[in-house]
Structure formats: structure tokens, C-alpha cells
Unconditional design. Sequence first.
Lengths: 417, 417
Amino acid sequence: MEFKHKILSNDLVIIGEVNKSAKSAAVGFFVKTGSRDETEQINGVSHFLEHMLFKGTEKLSALEVNKAFDRTGAQFNAATSEENTVFYAALLPEYVIEVTQLWIELMKPALRDEDFNIEKNVIKEEIAMYKDMPSFDVMDRCRTLHFDGHPCGNSVLGSEECIETLTAEQMRQYFTSRYAPNNMVFACAGNFDWGQICSTIEEACGGWQKQAATRILEHHAGSKKKQRIEKANLACEHICSISPCVSAQDPRRFAAALLAVIVGDSVGSRFFWELVDKALAEAATMHFGPMDGTGTLYSYIRCSSKNVSKVLDIVRCIFEDLLQSGVTEDELEKAKNKVLSALVIKNELPMGRLVDLGFSWTYLQQYRTIEDDVRAVKAVTAQDIHSLIKQFNPGDFTQLSLGPTDSGEATPRKMWC
Amino acid sequence: MEFKHKILSNDLVIIGEVNKSAKSAAVGFFVKTGSRDETEQINGVSHFLEHMLFKGTEKLSALEVNKAFDRTGAQFNAATSEENTVFYAALLPEYVIEVTQLWIELMKPALRDEDFNIEKNVIKEEIAMYKDMPSFDVMDRCRTLHFDGHPCGNSVLGSEECIETLTAEQMRQYFTSRYAPNNMVFACAGNFDWGQICSTIEEACGGWQKQAATRILEHHAGSKKKQRIEKANLACEHICSISPCVSAQDPRRFAAALLAVIVGDSVGSRFFWELVDKALAEAATMHFGPMDGTGTLYSYIRCSSKNVSKVLDIVRCIFEDLLQSGVTEDELEKAKNKVLSALVIKNELPMGRLVDLGFSWTYLQQYRTIEDDVRAVKAVTAQDIHSLIKQFNPGDFTQLSLGPTDSGEATPRKMWC
């Protein structure tokens, strides 16, 4: 493995980890923009724009873009989150330059009015589809409740109303200010020729203009509000709880990730043994959500309405015990094995490696080997986790619950008194 | 990469491909048994038995099995098909022996009456869940229609009635005859110590008794029957078509896989451009299903009832054109890129490699490197594919359609006259 990096004069960063023993490669653009970089008026534009990049450029129609990727056999896609828009492809080494050129071309989309108007309907359908998925909807709403006005609470998809009023001109302005060379990283991993990548990108992107792309960065302690929303068609209760935690830049992020596994991994965690294994909840998980300058621990529980009181009592006991006694050595050991397995297995694939490389540079301007991360995970002590819990008590959360129209059973509201 | 293999005196095969540059490993048992090895009376027993292996042994309770895996952080699972039951895990190198010992222990399940009776309900729920998924149900029913009495038409899950009457004693007999050392392969891939693996397995499994585990092997040309089943709650038409094709042992399997990609890959295929891109069908895909001594090409199309006639007309034209003119060089080139990308990317992971190694031995008693498969794909010519089409005409198929209660529109039945 050999790490390479180069910064062009317009601040476009190119990074690569060459692994000549790999049989494939992965390439992609990491654009540091997402829903938290949107104003209320244009909420949803980052995700909508991601779709629009596949609708063609001055040179290529959408059909030609499709056929050009298809020809290479590359496995390609894009994704938008609160903080990032990523365009990536896993492919055979012989197509690295061709697909890189294609991504470069797509980074200058035509953003035609007619395509914008057609795609608007696709976006609205996607919003409707996710609204119908309570496990997604509850998280989205709870994040908004938690961040309470802070842009980290913006929905990635945006609301139907906001997408309806969004104009192509607003999108073009957003595009110009955010898809700037100084706000993106091109990354590659696996088997590729670094020199060729650099000259390809330098030639095509060297003339791109820098922009003042900034982001509002401040830690947010969370509203700690509680809310229950009723929906007539729901069969069970969906409960999301969010507490503040360390950021993607904080060295304690490894401790936070381990804590989430100990409390809420899908099997073998405290939530699993106390709630799922006892058939009190169908699902009960916790994840760590590191972000730029802030972070969250969020949990999702699905249970029948009649079990809500009992479930929330148990959750409270779990959090009280954590605050009191921290985690056990045995729990920590098991969680480390899980985190290390997942980390190492994911990074065997150039595509998995690409994601870690790209985000490591985006958040830390740092190259981290897999070994760096393995060492950091192994170094976490039960004491580190207990200190983290004492500073960021997971029991002190914002909570949003989506459930059926009140059945007369004890509601979560009673529990929150 | 170094291939190793050893056959114990009871014919248990151990194979491994050592890749010291990998950071993880994968291990698993490939048992050559599935629904095609069942009689009508015990249909579904292979899949049910796969579940029961996790319910404990004489030494370990189900809880202890769960905790033992959990400790290692391994990503483990099992799967049952018409022909195979596979137990696999991806893991860190330091847990290879521990997890191998765990799989060995699980291969001697207790099969207790009480666990059997409880798990029966889980299996019945799984059957009900899949029955509610028309895209799955239509394939399952169409395979049964196609194989028309041949055991390859047996459903993997079995019917609720059959599971209801199945006894624990029948399962124990099936287990003894099928989970025999001469009917299974232990495989490992990635970073592991071959000597340690061999001594672990030899010591624990060397005493297992051989059995007369056979399989009815004969090619089946398919019934070519047509059937439509109405379901009141369906919103659109689900159409499955199956035509006979070459087996998993046939050198022409690479040509057959490429043909399926050309006709029915989810993007860029003939089905895609003629049906999906034109918004006549929501989904239209084709896959090659190589089996032991036989094989199928199967396609799945989902469209609104009003488009059925048009869709089936287009499908007929596509197949007629293929029979007449074969495929183009350009189509073949694109399909090769897709197949090669998927093959190479999958095999970067020890887990992906394990699957190919295991099945290659199960079906061919052969070690094939990734390069062997890459060469075989590259060597296929448009002429090879045309010859295959002439011998196995994909337009001459069995077809089963699941759709809403007849709306008065032209039905598929009319098309089949």
C-alpha cells in the first residue's frame, strides 16, 4: 500500500492509495456539501443536484452518460448525506481513466430547465416513498427536533413543498458555490496508475475556479425535546432517541463507536439481550453519528404499543447503569472484535477503502492506514468509555416517537414526566 | 495465492486458498444438499434443518452458540438453495480456528423435539412472508411448473402443509444421510494457517461416518406449460419465464451467463432499453441458473396489467431476433465488462472468494483461479452465444404469471395462443 496525494493550485485535492496486489480499483469525487449547507428555502437541493449530475452535460445527454458507464462495466452510484455528496465507482483497472474522465465530465452538469422539471417529480416520489417508511421518517423527524433550528437538523431529501418551489436557477447558484475545486476531493484506491490519474485530473480540472465555500460549524447540545406523533395507519411504535456526542474530528470517536455497539448492536448488545431477545421489541439498535464539528448517538426502537412503557423503563435502566458503572471489560472486548472485523473486512475491497480514504481526508485532512484505525480501536479502555458517558450522557436525549392513534395504553408521554 | 487441498479417509474434503496479503479470512461448510434432494413428504426439510443447526448441540445451548459467535466478531450466516446448504463466516485471522471449531460443533446438532416444534412456527412465518412477495412467489411457482415433477422443481421453503406434518424424526434421518463427510466440503480463503486448519478438522471430523448420499441427476427440458394465477390483492402483473439451459458443469456456462446479461441485465440490456426505459415495465431481468446436471435461463417481468400484451409481444420479438441473428459484438463486449467487473470485485473479498472456491469444488471437483474464470469469460465469442441460443431457444419457455383478478384487458393467455 502506498499513499499519494497532490493539491492543485485551485486547491482541488487528489488522494490515492495504490495496492498493486488488488485486482480492481475504485475512484470517486467527495464533495463536501449536503443538507446542512442548505438554507431553509433550498432544503433538499444537494440531493436533487446529485440526481441532476446524471442528467447530462453540455457534451453528453443522459442517455450517453448511461451508455458510457455501461460500456465499462463499472459498478457506480452516488449518495447524499447531511454533509457529503459522493460519486463513486468500483471497476476493473483498465477502465480507471475512462471512468475518471466520465466523473470529471459529470462534475460540470448542464442543469437544463426541462431536465430539472422532469426530475422534480422523481424527487417528490422519493420523498413520498421514504415518508411511508416509519423507521426512516422517525429518524429524520427526530434529527430535526434534536438540532432544533441548527442546519444539521435539515432533512436530506427536503420537504415536498420546498422541492416544489425550488427553481433551477437556485440550484445552479448552489452548484457553483459548492462544487468548487477547493470544496472537493478526488480519491482512488486499489490497482491504478497514480501518474496517469494526476495528469488526467490536472489537465481537466486545473482551470476550475475556487469559490468561498464555507460551512457553519458549531457543536450543538441538542434540544432534549420529547414529542409523539400519531399516524392512523401504523401498527406499532417507532421510537428514535438522540443524544449529543463527539465529532468526526474528536479522538474519542473510537470510544463512541464502541459504546454504540455495546449498547445497541443488532445482536449481542444490551438492547438486544434486554429488549429483542426478551421479545419486548422487534428492533432496538444504537449508532454513533460523527459529524463535522458535532456528533450524535442515536437509537431506534420498534415495539408494540402495549410494550412502550416497559421498553422505555428498561432503556432508562440501561442508561442509568451505564452512567453509574460504565461498560464491562468483557463487553468492550466483544465490541472491539465486532468493530475490528467490520473495519478490516470492509477495507479489503477497494470500494470500502475509497470511502474511508475520502472521508478521512474530508474530515481530518489526514491519511490514515487501516492499521492506524485498528490501533485506535484497540487502545480504547473501559475507562475511556465511562468518561465519555459521563460527559455525554446517552440517557439525556431528544426523543421522537411515531405510533398508532392512542389506544388508551400507557403512552410514551407518561414515561417522560 | 496458494491453493491447498486434502481429502480425509472418510472423504471429507478440505480446500483452501491462502492469501497472506489479505487482512481477513472466510471459512465455511458447503453441504451438498437442498430441496432437490427431498421427497415430497419432507419438502422444506433442508432449509428447516439449516435453522436447527443454530439451535444448539449436546454441548452448547442456542444461547451459547449465539454468544460464542458474538465473542469473535465474525460476520456469519447460512443459506439453503435447491442444491446446497452453506454455513459461512467472514472474520479476523486470529479467530479462524475458534470459528472453525464452532462450525464443526454445529455440524452435530442436537435436533431436540422441543426446539423443532418451536422453530416450526418460525419456518411457517417465513413461508407466509415470502408468499406475500409476488416477485418471489412467481419464481417459485414457475420453477415448479417448469420442472413438472422433477425434484429440481421443489420449493426451498416447502409448503406450510408439508412443514406442519414434518416430524423431528424425519429430520434426524435426513440429517444423518445428507450431512455426511463424503457429502460436504470445508473451505477457507484469505489469511489463515493451512496446517492448523487441517489438524483441527482432521482431529474433530476424522471419525465422522460416510453415508450413501446420492442425488438424482438428469437434465430436464422443462414442461413449457403456461399458466396464469389471479390474486385479488395484486396491483400489477408478475411474469416469470423459464427455459432450459446448460448445467453448472458445462463449459458453455460462461456463454449462458453473458447471454443473460445481454438480454436482461438490470440496466443497458435489451429488456432494459425495450421495456424499462420505455416505461412499459417496471422491472425486466434475466438470469442464468446453472444447476447440477441441468440449468435454466429465467426472466422476471413486472408491468401493469394494461401493458401485458405489448410487453409479451416485445419479449417475443427480442427472442426471435436472438434466434435469428444472435448478439452483436458490441453487446458482447459490454456484457463481458460487466461480468468481469462483478467477478473480480466480488473475489477481492475472502468471503466472495470462499463462495467461488466452495462451489467450484462442489460442482466440478476443481480448483479454479480468478484468472481461469476471467480467461473463460474473455474467450466467449458471439458465435458461441448464437450456437447456445440455437440449441436452447430462450423463446421456448415455461411461463407463469401472477396478476390481479382479470380486468377485461387483453390477458397473457391470449398472447400464448
